[in-house]
Design a binder for this molecule. Structure first.
Ligand SMILES: Nc1ncnc2c1ncn2[C@@H]1O[C@H](COP(=O)(O)OP(=O)(O)OP(=O)(O)O)[C@@H](O)[C@H]1O
Length: 240
């Protein structure tokens, strides 16, 4: 669960002050796919970036139910797909997907087999094996390529794989389908929904009606304010 309380973020642009987020409060619960919608400039990226710890708030908090600031959580607990992807150019696609595991060797996720990039075998059954994860995301054949040698959509799916690598309790994705074709939008959404329905918090932003229409819950921002919060069917989560 993420508890957002009175989050406010202002940016200075010359003599002007832009209020990107204006006193936003909500709880984001596990077990459903939550989509943050709203027009360009409404504050979606700012909200997700503060929750993920990529941006600071001027006021308010985003914490877990235990009161821990979500921005301080590592890959083990919170996976983030930023709009800019932030893949490391010098690492292969497989190494990028496996990065959270390499940075958290005490929590190694289950691989079951060594990938072509020489990824170490490991054994936690709750975590997606890296090779299987890449195949699910249809980037298995790109394991040994550098990010600069694959398409934008493939890079984005690698960033999604990296975020899912340690099966974190919280997954945040800023327009994680933004570079995908129609078929791959469905592929990515199915994977994100599976993660949500396994009991995790999944919050993504999107402009795409196809994404918004399959969300279990849609929170809508306008001018930095939360203006709507709707569930697809009251009290039920489809597909569970
Ligand atoms: N670093 C910054 N400096 C100044 N203004 C900013 C900065 N980041 C965001 N803003 C402004 O804050 C507001 C909210 O931006 P944000 O990126 O959160 O919107 P968004 O809903 O994610 O937009 P989009 O859908 O286009 O990605 C906008 O008016 C934007 O111009």
């Amino acid at each position: 669960m993420i508890e957002v309380r009175n989050l406010t973020r202002r940016f200075r642009r010359g003599s002007e002050t832009v209020t990107a987020l204006d006193d936003v409060s909500l709880d984001i619960i596990p077990g459903e796919l939550t989509v943050a919608a709203g027009p360009s400039g409404s504050g979606k990226t700012t909200l997700l970036s503060i929750i993920a710890g990529y941006e600071r708030a001027d006021a308010g908090t985003a914490t877990t139910a235990n009161g821990e600031p979500t921005g301080q959580l590592g890959w083990v607990d919170l996976g983030f797909v930023p709009q800019s992807l932030t893949l490391l150019d010098e690492l292969t696609i497989a190494e990028n997907v496996d990065l959270p595991d390499r940075l958290n060797p005490g929590t190694r996720g289950g691989s079951g087999q060594s990938g072509s990039a020489g990824l170490a075998p490991d054994g936690d059954p709750d975590r997606p094996p890296v090779v299987q994860l890449m195949e699910q995301l249809e980037i298995g054949h790109l394991a040994d390529r550098l990010p600069s040698q694959v398409s934008g959509g493939e890079q984005q799916r690698a960033a999604i794989g990296r975020a899912l690598r340690l099966a974190p309790a919280i997954l945040i994705g800023d327009e994680p389908t933004g570079h995908q074709d129609r078929g791959r939008v469905d592929l990515v959404l199915n994977i994100l929904r599976q993660h949500a329905y396994a009991g995790h918090v999944v919050l993504i932003s999107s402009h795409d009606e196809a994404v918004i229409s399959i969300a279990d819950r849609v929170i809508t921002l306008a001018d930095g304010r939360l203006v709507a919060d709707e569930r697809s069917r009251a009290g039920t989560v489809p597909g569970r």
